[in-house]
Every structure is written in structure tokens, then in C-alpha cells.
Design a protein around this ligand. Structure first.
Ligand SMILES: Cc1cc2nc3c(=O)[nH]c(=O)nc-3n(C[C@H](O)[C@H](O)[C@H](O)COP(=O)(O)O)c2cc1C
Length: 209
């Protein structure tokens, strides 16, 4: 298959959506959980979480426009300044997937999708009890992307909860041990298999050709 930009523009909308959502390769599978100012919990699946830097420890994710519908995650983050990022694993992929349904603001996806809220001292935002790796985040800034009306949400890591089995030494995490999953497109989930681990690459430590 070879598709140039003109053919891309002429494709059926859903076909284009599927293919462009898949071409970037595997994306991380996370649940972003928040609490509204009124105290209603919210959780939704996001595949756009990205590392921005480790000092300070910053992660970003993209919030897409929702048309006329409210964007609960986004609004709750702006209202409270807090959110959590929770890894998805095989036992919860189906429940996690259906958090993407457009529920009204007064409905908690935790209840509707069968996930459990978990609270930790110092955070008003819920964590997802069933998740393995969990991050408590503080909202730092938002960067609007006018080209497609999306928003990059930038947050700092305030708390990282990591199970012992993920500890691969020197801060490395074994994501196969926690059964982290990867996402392609908007509805396909993959298992991860650790293939190799290499030293920091320098021009003078290349393996022999
Ligand atoms: C696999 C998958 C990945 C998704 N990733 C994103 C994403 O990165 N950004 C986004 O804005 N919406 C994403 N969505 C859609 C949101 O989950 C959906 O809009 C959800 O209703 C948002 O919830 P909220 O209105 O409570 O914030 C994704 C949906 C699926 C199924």
C-alpha cells in the first residue's frame, strides 16, 4: 500500500482516522483519572501520554476536541490542578477501552466500567486500584495546538507507585513483568515482550559490525 497526501485527503473519514491513528506505531495504554470540583470521579483511556523530560519530571498528553461535548478530563484538570496516570494491563483492557464512551459529567466511568477508585494521602484525584504502575500528577501548563484544535497538557510527576516486580535495577522498569499493554489505532491492544536492553550508546562503544 502506498498513499500520498492527496489520496489521504480523499479517503473515507473513518479509514483515514484508523490508518493515521496506527501509523505512529505502538502507543502507551493509560487511564487518566480525575475528580471534578463537585467531587465526581472520572476516568478515561488516553494513548497519547509522552515523556517530556526527567528533570523536572514532566509528562504530556494530548486532549482532542470533543465538538460540543464537554471534555471532562480536561475540565477537571483545569479545575483541580491534579490527575493520575494509570497503566492498563490485559485483565482490564476491555473495561479500560469502554471508558472512552461519552458519559455525562455526573456519571463516574469508574462505576459504569467496573474499575475501582483508590485514594492516597496528598491527592484528591483518584488512582485506578486495578492498575499496576500509577502516577500522581500536578498540572503545570497547557499548550494549545491551533492547527487541529488539540491541547498538550503538561504535568509534573508528584508520586510514582511502582510494584516491586517492575524493578529492573538502576531505575529501569520491566514493563513485561507488569504486563503493560500497547495500543495501535483506537481499538487494538498488544502485549509487550522485552527483547533487549543496551548500554547508553556512545560513538566509541558500538558493537562490532
Ligand atoms: C485507545 C484509545 C485511546 C484514546 N486516546 C485519546 C487521547 O490520547 N486523547 C484524547 O483526547 N482522547 C483519547 N481517546 C478518547 C477518550 O478516551 C474519550 O474522548 C473519552 O470520552 C474522554 O473522556 P472525558 O470526556 O471524560 O475526558 C482515546 C480513546 C481510545 C479508545
Amino acid at each position: 500500500m502506498r498513499i500520498d497526501h492527496e489520496e489521504l485527503a480523499g479517503l473515507d473519514r473513518i479509514y483515514r482516522l484508523n490508518i493515521i491513528n496506527s501509523v505512529s506505531g505502538i502507543k502507551p495504554a493509560n487511564l487518566v483519572a480525575t475528580r471534578s470540583a463537585e467531587g465526581i470521579s472520572n476516568v478515561a483511556i488516553f494513548s497519547s501520554v509522552v515523556h517530556l523530560g526527567s528533570d523536572p519530571a514532566l509528562l504530556g498528553f494530548i486532549v482532542r476536541p470533543a465538538g460540543n461535548l464537554p471534555r471532562n478530563t480536561y475540565e477537571n484538570i483545569l479545575a483541580t490542578g491534579e490527575y493520575t496516570i494509570n497503566h492498563i494491563h490485559p485483565a482490564i483492557i476491555e473495561r479500560a477501552h469502554y471508558t472512552s464512551a461519552k458519559f455525562p459529567k455526573d456519571v463516574s466511568e469508574f462505576e459504569r466500567c467496573g474499575l475501582t477508585e483508590e485514594y492516597t494521602e496528598g491527592f484528591t484525584a483518584p488512582f485506578v486500584k486495578e492498575s499496576t504502575i500509577k502516577l500522581g500528577m500536578r498540572f503545570e501548563e497547557e499548550i494549545p495546538i491551533p492547527r487541529n484544535n488539540t491541547t498538550l497538557i503538561i504535568g509534573s510527576v508528584r508520586l510514582a507507585i511502582i510494584p516491586d516486580r517492575a524493578d529492573a535495577g538502576e531505575g529501569h522498569l520491566d514493563l513485561e513483568a507488569t504486563e503493560a499493554v500497547g495500543i495501535s489505532g483506537l481499538n487494538t491492544y498488544y502485549r509487550l515482550k522485552k527483547l533487549a536492553q543496551f548500554p547508553y550508546a556512545r560513538p566509541n562503544n558500538l558493537p562490532p559490525l
